[in-house]
Design a binder for this molecule. Sequence first.
Ligand code: 8NA
Ligand code: MG
Ligand code: MG
Length: 345
Amino acid sequence: GPVSTLSRFRGALVGAVLGDCVGGEFEGAEDVPLDRVLQHLSGLEDDTRGDGILQYSDDTAMMRCVAHSLLTRTGFDEQDMARRFAKEYNLAPGRGYGSGVIQVLRKLASPQLSDVFQPARAQFGGRGSFGNGGAMRAAPFALAFRNAADVQQYSRLGAMLTHSCSLGYNGAVLQALAVHLSLQGALALPEEFINRLISEMEEVEREETAQHDAKALNLAEFPYCTRLHRVKELVERGSVSIEEVISELGNGIAALQSVPTAIFCVLHCLEPREGLPERYGGLERTIAYSLALGGDTDTIACMAGAIAGAHYGIEAIPQSWQKSCEGVEEADQLAERLYKLYCLT
Ligand code: 8NA
Ligand code: MG
Ligand code: MG
């Protein structure tokens, strides 16, 4: 039957946590044979392994902060969100944070800090981070705001607390918009879905800062749009090798090399694919395929998991997978609370 909106909300956050937890196994690996991915995933069906065996990383740790902040403040409050990031890092610094962002999180803990966006602006000689750390935690913005304009504005500001380079925060905008559209069932028409993302990002990347940063980093103009056009080409081609996906789209820790890749994973796995078990549904295919790309697997699977989870809904996520991952229950509760807030506004 049709997927309810509540089921989509729960699928989005649970899918993100799941991707982070199961993707952790292969983070940083260059080559991940599909056999190993499928072995890892079938291991989750073993009841003797215990609940919550796979721990979440920075992706989920920060996403929880975003969701809690949006709920507690019933909207975006940069002071509150920044404080939660700093506190979370202080409580559990070993969750695999990027090496640059740690400096921001330490500065955000200072009670004397008045401008919470300042530490992010000081990163990388004043150029700011272009890592995918803003995008990996962006899903809750799509669950908290109804309008695409609000989703864009607040996902951007939320990312700017750690990522002041436009390539960093625009990756978060793209990820939040993808979840936003998916929650509305837009993946039923995949070509329209990607066209809408391209036209939204054309507006976003027209901005002066985006133009300037692209030039300074020696990138093509409209870097996200360029990648999204490549996503579209690869999706249309259907049959494409892992190597081609990695060389055309990337699998790295830069937002530009991972957010369009995550979107590709979702679109590519809307249909059954060679090498993936026939019994797998779309969400399982998406997670498995994301891991097989290697590189920043936890983050790419986390972002793809959020978009796919919003499309297929919570029922599409195997119970055994959910039980294996730390933080799934909390993510499910947060999704339900965000849904109630969404219905009120
Ligand atoms: P970040 O802001 O520290 O950025 C991540 C990395 O990107 C930095 O450490 C730099 O190497 C590089 N970088 C970012 N901006 C610039 C710049 N302007 N100039 C030069 N280099 C730059 O951290 P983040 O929050 O964006 O995290 C990104 C990823 O790192 C996440 O996937 C997270 O899980 C983590 N991580 C990844 C791996 C991995 O092997 N893929 C391992 C541990 C942690
Ligand atoms: Mg991580
Ligand atoms: Mg990562």
